[in-house]
Design a protein around this ligand. Sequence first.
Ligand SMILES: Nc1ncnc2c1ncn2[C@@H]1O[C@H](COP(=O)(O)OP(=O)(O)O)[C@@H](O)[C@H]1O
Ligand SMILES: [Mg+2]
Length: 495
Amino acid sequence: MATLAELASSRTKLDEAAIDHLLRLTASWSLLSDLSFSDMLLMAKVDEPSDRGCGDFVVLGQMRPNNRSTLLNDDLVGTTQELDAWPLVRLAFESGTRVVGELKIDKIEGVVPVWCVPVGFDGKIVAVLVRLQGPLRGPASLYEQAYLSIFERLCSMVADATFPYREDDVAGPGMPRVGDGILLLDERGEVEFATPNATNALHRLGIYASVEGHTLRVMGLRVRVVERSLEFGIPAMEEIDRGQDVAILFHCVPLFDHGIVTGVVVLVRDVSDLRQLNRLVLSKEAAVREVHHRVKNNLQTISSLLRLQARRSSEVETRTALQEAERRVRSIAVVHEVLSREPGEEVVFDEIVRSLVLLVEDTVLALHPVEIVVNGELGTLPTDLATPLAVALAELLTNAVEHAFVDFGGATNDHVGVVTLNLYQEDGNAVAEVRDNGRGLGDDFSLEVPTSLGLSIVRDLVRTQLHGSIEMNSVPYSKGGGTFVRVVVPTTARL
Ligand SMILES: Nc1ncnc2c1ncn2[C@@H]1O[C@H](COP(=O)(O)OP(=O)(O)O)[C@@H](O)[C@H]1O
Ligand SMILES: [Mg+2]
């Protein structure tokens, strides 16, 4: 579906400034629709030759009321409407004044009361706002009458281009709406009337006496935006809090008559529940952070215990096993270190990689000097993927440092051991390649039958837990020799 801007620039003669004005109008016209309990259409003249000699209308926008059922089931945006079918719209265009009457409308039974409000801009009529009034349910109540009188004042503002405002005042998802509560203030700031919801909101702020006939300030409530709105005629929003539990949003819509501020409509919304929910979410985040922090501490304790035990055991095999276990626990702790800093669904994996490299360099006492080089990055990854992937990478890096260069002798050898870790994302997969320029894998090596613990862990993590694949090969001597391991893990699959 074409946007208002696209429709207006392709089908009408309106210039950019006028289109901007209409965009601002449709950004805030839910207010008009709700105040008048009516469907709204925005029509502009089509700039195309017609066989009847005069152009037709194109519907640039459509708005349905939130507090009534709609009259128009069809979406008319983008449709061309014949001039003759909408004589009142034509009259509004030509006379530049509001035209009120009745129209027979396609697919609707009987006649529909309509208001055709010219939309002024820069001394011209750029469009017509059509209000299609639904059937009235009995005589209008006091509040309905008040809503309609505000609507009427806003319509005059639409005609003389003071509504929509020049300032950006777009109705966002959290903004108060007509149904939330309304205070109507006169030009001195005295409350002319308050809807029951607005009164309730004031109760929550501790104002129990009737506010009608008084300014909010006299009642003990200072809302700066109300004062600013009255003085300068600008729309504005402010949230007033009372302690932890009460938060009320005030949205001021100034009313003008011939360029003079004649009052302010204050839309009032009780957002206490919303704010409480926000606080809850925030405290939940803090709790998650705390849990990660504790897990990290516990892992550190476990790793210290393992180190102590390793030192105490006299048997080489036991000691090595305990040292390896300690290293594994530490690589899990590295992930939790990062998670405890920024809890969430995703984690910046590259921070983990940096710590892992330090860890491997630190733990493995290679006889041969080895350099670890990291190329590329994986960016952010889902947290449930980060731990297994980090542990697998730690095993592969450790193996390269530990096994690849064993035959290369001491530091006097001029062969420099280099382990390269290439990281990148490709087609929804995280790819990690570990390459070394060492002695390569033995002839009888097979990834499928590892009896040793390290590669069994890697295989299990990558294939079973991460639903990924792993390949491991010796690189021919002509291509530099050494070992090449590639791990491919889908980043989208839920684990
Ligand atoms: N990058 C490598 N270069 C040479 N040999 C390797 C490499 N990675 C693994 N290996 C061989 O595979 C064997 C199994 O590794 P692993 O399962 O991690 O057990 P461990 O490291 O405890 O020996 C190693 O003992 C080593 O012989
Ligand atoms: Mg190993």
